[in-house]
Design a protein around this ligand. Structure first.
Ligand code: FAD
Ligand code: NAP
Ligand code: SF4
Length: 681
């Protein structure tokens, strides 16, 4: 028991749920990993959860969504719990978690019209804007079958050893589709009045409680703010919360926004704990505990929410992908050693949406616990790592953790490489946490850090290291457009890092991730104070924190940007197509809302005193601007490697990250390559 932890006294207070003692107030929220969909991956899934339950783990873990039947699948052959044989797979998970002293609930998720397959069903046959399949409208008999499937699934989960179930009633899935007028146009006793529309979740909770008895936890995930038109009113949310309490729920979890909502709810630019206020409002209306969610990623934030009465538990999901020892470090008051989730979605949700196994940008071991291991070495070697960007940092700290003697050389006066530029972009402030984490790891694993050292091949040869890892990264690509030396032309690093002055009218050449980031940076309309920032963010996205209208929506009030911006690329494709699946739309919408002109199929002709001359669709055009910012990708910095290993044959000289391949290098690949190499040394 950790009730006396002076740093986080509320986090470590136990909680009683359905007669079971939950050791602390942190819930590891449900996350689809992709491992739950195939029976042969359940061993890996068990290892993944066990690693998170080990020692001081979250008080309660929720699995990824498991469908109660075929109609409820998210995707064909998704993880289900509807046959006794399914119990055998899940028992591997519950046994592994219980062995480590943890508690785990299975989430029952029926996708309804979000099911990406031809067997999907819903209240009404209205296709979701994010799915190409149209669901079949259920008959009353069909509805009965779905309820029975939930109950059967919960009973099987109990048989498999789970401590409870979470009934997924939010994010626009099946239950939400019955609750809201948006998707429920039925005229029978399951549609029309709120009483009819809310019958489905209430029946599911009531009959589940009847079937599983009193000592089994039922978490009900309630959509507290739908963020879509014709979503629930606040009065309906309260009525539902009170009804599921009476029906037998042990605790209510918060769900925010349907997947089809065009308001971001979890990406990096969403302010921390932006939606906790709505959990607090509901907590005042029910007597069972309430869980707050969304964009909480540190013990400090969780402690604040708990101690200020926003909630009884805090759910964090992705932070446990990023650091399986999150709770252990919090308990030991070493939160500076936590590898913080930066909410990029690049290796977790974006992977899932591409049908790939989930992982984590800052922790490539996530979901590869059985294959990527950093075992202590029996043969400690001297290792030089050159370059302290994400690739070099991950290689150096992992090699040192394994027991090698590592020196990390960095030409700049600080660590971080390009991440120092990334973290200066509005909405990417959390990226600084990754560098804080690496700084702590360098100290913990006693890496000899040599800053301001632009090392040469001769120096490295003289030192006689057993291994040399070249992680010298990238530099911005220069363009050969006539007039590229004009004084109005700036590189992105000059704008962001060196803060060179930029005029009111700007053209950005290159519309990759960095071009988009630069456009957001140059909008220049973000307040700096945290409270003003949250209010500003609500207004910009049209969120009504006072909840006076359906779905929590109001008319957005978009602020005027400081600059007029034109963003361009040569490809004729729509701009931003290559951005992340789950975050790209936010960037595109953000720029559209602020009148950023986006041009594809452009040819750059000349930069002169008038501005940028281009041609597009055979038409010549002058874009009158004060500055042209170049974001035309990067090239590798790898001359050191070529000097040390000209034929690429040496097994002692290694090349990783952007220095290895600049095309499409991102921090996900850079960190993964660093960790994988260090695991092999
Ligand atoms: P770098 O970060 O370039 O680091 C290389 C380091 O080596 C530098 O610190 C350099 O000083 C040092 N060095 C070079 N030569 C020597 C030498 N001879 N001796 C000693 N030291 C040397 N990626 C994402 O995944 N997601 C994002 O959202 C994202 N956003 C970004 C936003 C911006 C504005 C920018 C600029 C980049 C962004 N990136 C993002 C890209 C990401 O930062 C890079 O892909 C990543 O930093 C590459 O890592 P690296 O270690 O290979 O190289
Ligand atoms: P990028 O995504 O490759 O984009 C480079 C841009 O420059 C493209 O728009 C390209 O479009 C243009 N370009 C290339 N060569 C050019 C030339 N010679 N002249 C003019 N234009 C040229 O690279 P990046 O934007 O520099 O990003 C680097 C990495 O960081 C990427 O891997 C990216 O994923 C990552 N990143 C990710 C995010 C994120 O939010 N996930 C944010 C920032 C960066 P055309 O060739 O069509 O002109
Ligand atoms: Fe967080 Fe990004 Fe890792 Fe996902 S990939 S868990 S969002 S840091």
């Amino acid at each position: 028991m950790y009730a006396l932890n002076p740093a986080y006294p509320t986090i470590f207070k136990p909680l009683d749920l359905a007669g079971q003692q939950i050791e602390n107030r942190i819930l590891m929220g449900s996350m689809h990993t992709g491992l739950e969909d195939r029976f042969w991956n359940y061993g890996k899934l068990a290892a993944y959860f066990a690693e998170r339950a080990k020692g001081v783990g979250p008080g309660l873990i929720i699995t990824g969504g498991i469908s109660p039947n075929r109609a409820g699948w998210l995707a064909p052959f998704g993880g289900t719990m509807n046959w006794p044989t399914d119990v055998l797979n899940h028992r591997r998970v519950t046994k592994a978690v219980h062995k480590e002293g943890g508690k785990i609930c299975m989430q029952i998720l029926h996708a309804g019209r979000y099911g990406y397959h031809p067997f999907s069903v819903s209240a009404t046959d209205i296709q979701a804007p994010i799915n190409r399949f149209t669901p079949k409208a259920l008959t009353e008999e069909g509805i009965e079958d779905q309820i029975k499937a939930y109950v059967r699934s919960a009973k099987l989960a109990q048989k498999a050893g789970y401590d409870g179930v979470e009934i997924m009633g939010s994010e626009g899935y099946f239950i939400n589709q019955f609750l809201c007028l948006r998707t429920n146009k039925r005229a029978d006793s399951w549609g029309g009045s709120f009483e009819n529309r809310s019958r489905l979740p209430i029946e599911i909770v009531r009959r589940t409680r009847e079937a599983v008895g009193d000592g089994f936890i039922i978490v009900y995930r309630l959509s507290m703010m739908d963020l879509v038109e014709e979503g629930s009113t606040w009065e309906e949310v309260v009525a539902l919360g009170q009804a599921v309490e009476v029906a037998g729920a042990s605790i209510i979890n918060t769900g925010i926004g349907w997947h089809e909502a065009r308001i971001p709810t979890i990406v990096t630019s969403v302010p921390h704990a932006a939606f906790a206020g709505v959990s607090r409002k509901l907590r005042e209306q029910v007597t069972i505990p309430v869980i707050a969610t969304n964009r909480v990623n540190s013990p400090e934030q969780a402690e604040r929410l708990l101690s200020e009465g926003y909630c009884d538990m805090v759910s964090m999901a992705r932070p446990f992908l990023a650091d399986p020892q999150f709770m252990q470090k919090a308990a030991a008051q070493k939160s500076n050693e936590i590898n913080t989730c930066i909410a990029c979605n690049q290796a977790c949700l974006d992977h899932i949406f591409k049908g790939k196994k989930s992982s984590c940008l800052v922790n490539p071991r996530a979901c590869s616990e059985t294959t990527l291991n950093y075992k202590p070495t029996a043969n400690s070697k001297t290792v030089a790592v050159v370059g302290a960007g994400p690739a070099g940092l991950s290689a150096a700290t992992t090699a040192a953790e394994r027991g090698h003697k590592v020196t990390l050389f960095e030409a700049a006066p600080e660590i971080g490489g390009q991440f120092n530029i990334a973290m200066a972009i509005p909405g990417k402030e959390d990226f600084a946490e990754t560098l804080r984490y690496y700084q702590a790891m360098l100290e913990k694993h006693k890496v000899n850090l040599a800053l301001d050292q632009n090392v040469s091949a001769e120096f490295l040869r003289e030192q006689g290291f057993d291994h040399v890892v070249i992680a010298t990264g990238v530099k911005p690509r220069a363009v050969d457009i006539p007039g590229h030396n004009h004084p109005s032309v700036l590189r992105y690093d000059e704008v962001v890092r060196e803060r060179k002055p930029v005029g009111k009218r700007v053209a950005i050449i290159g519309a990759g991730g960095i071009g988009f980031d630069l456009a957001e940076f140059l909008l220049g309309n973000e307040p700096t104070n945290a409270e003003d920032h949250l209010e500003h963010w609500y207004r910009e996205w049209g969120i009504d924190p006072s909840y006076s209208s359906r779905g929590g929506l109001i008319e957005p009030q978009v602020s005027t940007p400081v600059r007029e911006i034109t963003l361009m690329q040569r490809k004729p494709a729509p701009l931003g197509k290559g951005l992340g699946k789950t975050s790209g739309w936010v960037h595109r919408l953000q720029l559209r809302k602020h009148n950023v002109e986006m041009l594809g199929g452009v040819q750059y002709r000349l930069i002169d005193d008038q501005g940028l001359h281009i041609s597009q669709d055979g038409e010549e055009r002058l874009i009158e601007v004060d500055n042209v910012v170049i974001c035309a990708g990067q090239v590798s910095v790898n001359s050191l490697y070529q000097s040390l290993n000209p034929y690429g044959k040496s097994k002692q000289v290694h090349l990783i990250g952007g220095a290895y391949l600049a095309a499409e290098v991102d921090a996900k690949r850079a960190i993964k390559e660093g960790c994988e190499l260090a695991a092999r040394l």
